[in-house]
Design a protein around this ligand. Structure first.
Ligand code: FAD
Ligand code: NAG
Ligand code: NAG
Ligand code: NAG
Length: 558
């Protein structure tokens, strides 16, 4: 522990000097970065730099990068590649990567689970060279059942987290997403919802502390970063502010028996009618009852012909036994006609397997696999719905889905705990008033099909406009969408960025901009949808102070 402190202090005092002394040379020499990294970390760790930093010329570069990328749409040879892949084994490696990137005018991208919908954890549209800090080796998980907390390094996936909790206790869990390979770095800093969120809120709502490396290479925890930055990284995305090293999470209590079911109906079997009812009641159900709806295009065999139709799955996690579930469903959703035989009792960790499409009898170790069983190209967009979609609205939507056999929708009910948490509590604003969220998704394998699917999803999004939240039209940050707007450079202004910023954050966007300006005043942590700086400091004295503290040349450079 003492040892670590010393490293932090050393870096803290040493870094600003480098920043001022470095001259920005445009013809970049790869050796400079390597030397800087080596001289910063070598005396502290025996690991040779060649095991931590991989240049784009090194033999394992491509396979390492490929291993961490989840959307095959961005794997093509024409996608921009980083100059270096840095795979830290120690926190000081992250500090050194930041310091040396800054010294050499390299941009930084940070990768935890690699699921970013637009690939922002490993791509950059800027001409400038960039590095990727891949946190894959920083993923220790420490579960403490006595204090009901977990200390999780940000290279871990939520599957690894769930597994570690289950190994320690059958009656504890954590409220985060359904896909086990998602990384805790991006997921939690962007919100993170799943089957427990109507009872316990988002993953971000259950963070009690965090460690972050800022643009000076300094490590801060909740105490030293202060409540503003701690607020921002719980839903505002981590990438705008620094590199989050670890989270301290609050575990939640669960019954030893939970129940799941999955009831499917096609359009011919009255799916639309059921969906109409679902829209009315899903957000009002008991918060122990999560019932979401997904759609799939399937073949329908008629006597002589086969045609396409839609199948809707009503899939549920109930925090209790079948005996308690059936009367609830009979009262609130009798139209579904749920029967005992359609329900299965299990423990919480098996419900994680169930929602991840694994057999509930699979060994739990399957949750430790970092690579999904299949990888494809995908594109998605999202909306929030504040009043039920009309019959004709639904019929038009179903028709759009039938145009694309690779399409899928996920309707997620809100309400419960989500309505009780103030919109200002974290940057994630889609709380009270949202009855459900919807994700539109297309998944495919053939890269020749890219354009067709991009066109299709834009059509769906434009079709849905009259039926969803407006002014601003709400969108989920973790389903990142660059069609909404993007930063073209470090100098994008708050006013320009509002076009997408308000969709993700509503009124919280302004506070995010202020926090950004205070904690990353040079906009070092820039990306295509990072929080912009507040240029106009006239009415914000605190920010004027930060500005006047800065080297004036650097400020003008923006
Ligand atoms: C198949 C699939 C299923 C999903 N299911 C759900 C779900 O059930 N619920 C839900 O809420 N979301 C879900 N998501 C969305 C998911 O939460 C986001 O894509 C999330 O941002 C992924 O985090 P990551 O660490 O895996 O991704 P990355 O691509 O590694 O990171 C995403 C963003 O966060 C930044 N970042 C990552 N780590 C750090 C760090 N340590 N410090 C600072 N910045 C960091 C990256 O730079 C990038 O901007 C799903 C996504 C996919 C692809
Ligand atoms: C790293 O630094 C050490 C100590 O200064 C030196 O002995 C070693 O050769 C350096 N390694 C590389 C790859 O530069
Ligand atoms: C590595 O990056 C440099 C600088 O961008 C580039 O000139 C070189 O062609 C790249 N090498 C490979 C193998 O891609
Ligand atoms: C922002 O910077 C880009 C290039 O870095 C420049 O072309 C553009 O004019 C700048 N925009 C503003 C508003 O200053």
């Amino acid at each position: 522990m003492v040892h670590w402190r010393r490293i932090q202090l050393l870096l803290f005092f040493w870094v600003p000097l480098i920043w001022i002394c470095s001259s920005s040379s445009s013809d970049f020499d790869q050796e400079n970065f390597l030397e800087c990294f080596n001289s910063t970390t070598y005396s502290k760790h025996s690991l040779p730099v060649s095991e931590v930093v991989f240049s784009n010329e090194s033999a394992s570069f491509s396979s390492l990068l490929k291993h961490s990328i989840r959307n095959l749409r961005f794997l093509s040879t024409s996608s921009p590649k980083p100059l270096f892949l840095v795979t830290p084994f120690h926190e000081s490696h992250v500090q050194a990567a930041i310091v040396c990137a800054k010294e050499n005018d390299l941009q930084v991208r940070v990768l935890s689970g690699g699921h970013d919908y637009e690939g922002l954890s490993y791509l950059s549209s800027s001409q400038a060279p960039f590095i990727v800090i891949d946190l894959i080796n920083l993923r220790s998980i420490d579960i403490n059942i006595k204090t009901e907390t977990a200390l999780v390094e940000t290279g871990a996936t939520i599957g690894e987290l769930y597994y570690r909790i289950a190994k320690k206790s059958p009656i504890h869990g954590f409220p985060a997403g359904s896909c086990p390979t998602v990384g805790v770095g991006g997921h939690i800093s962007g919100g993170g919802f799943g089957t427990l969120f109507r009872k316990y809120g988002l993953a971000a709502d259950n963070v009690i502390d965090a460690k972050i490396v800022d643009f000076n290479g300094r490590i801060m925890d909740r105490n030293t970063m202060g409540e503003d930055l701690f607020w921002a990284i719980r839903g505002g995305g981590g990438a705008s502010f620094g590199v989050i090293l670890s989270w301290k999470l609050k575990l939640v209590s669960l019954p030893s028996i939970v129940t799941t079911f999955n009831v499917q109906r096609t359009l011919n079997q009255g799916a639309t009618h059921l969906f109409q009812k679902w829209q009315q009641i899903a957000h009002k159900l008991d918060q122990d009852l999560f019932l979401h709806v997904t759609t799939k295009v399937i073949d329908q065999k008629m006597t002589k012909t086969t045609s396409k139709t839609l199948s809707l799955s009503f899939t549920s996690l109930f925090l209790g036994s079948i005996d308690s579930l059936i009367p609830l469903m009979d009262t609130h959703f009798p139209e579904l006609g749920l029967k005992r035989y359609q329900c299965t009792e299990m423990n919480w960790i098996q419900s994680i397997l169930f929602f991840a499409d694994f057999s509930t009898k699979s060994p739990l170790e399957i949750l430790m696999q970092r690579l999904p069983s299949t990888r494809s190209s995908f594109i998605a967009k999202s909306d929030y719905v504040t009043s039920p979609i009309s019959q004709s609205g639904l019929e038009g939507l179903w028709a759009k889905l039938l145009e694309n056999e690779n399409s899928e929708l996920i309707f997620t009910p809100y309400g419960g705990k989500m309505s009780q948490i103030s919109e200002l509590e974290t940057p994630f604003p889609h709380r009270k008033g949202s009855i459900f969220g919807v994700q539109y998704l297309a998944t495919w394998d053939d890269s020749n099909e890219n354009e067709r699917h991009l066109r299709w999803i834009r059509e769906v999004y434009s079709y849905m406009e009259p039926y969803v939240s407006m002014a601003p039209r709400g969108t989920y940050l973790n389903y990142r969408d660059l069609d909404l707007g993007r930063n073209y450079g470090r100098n994008t202004s708050y006013e320009e960025a509002k076009v997408w910023g308000l969709k993700y954050f509503k009124g919280n966007f302004e506070r995010l901009v202020k926090v950004k300006t205070k904690f990353d005043p040079l906009n070092f942590f820039w990306n295509e949808q990072s929080i912009p700086l507040l240029y106009n400091c006239e009415d914000e004295a605190r920010i004027c102070e930060v500005y006047s503290d800065l080297n004036s040349e650097n400020v003008q450079e923006r």
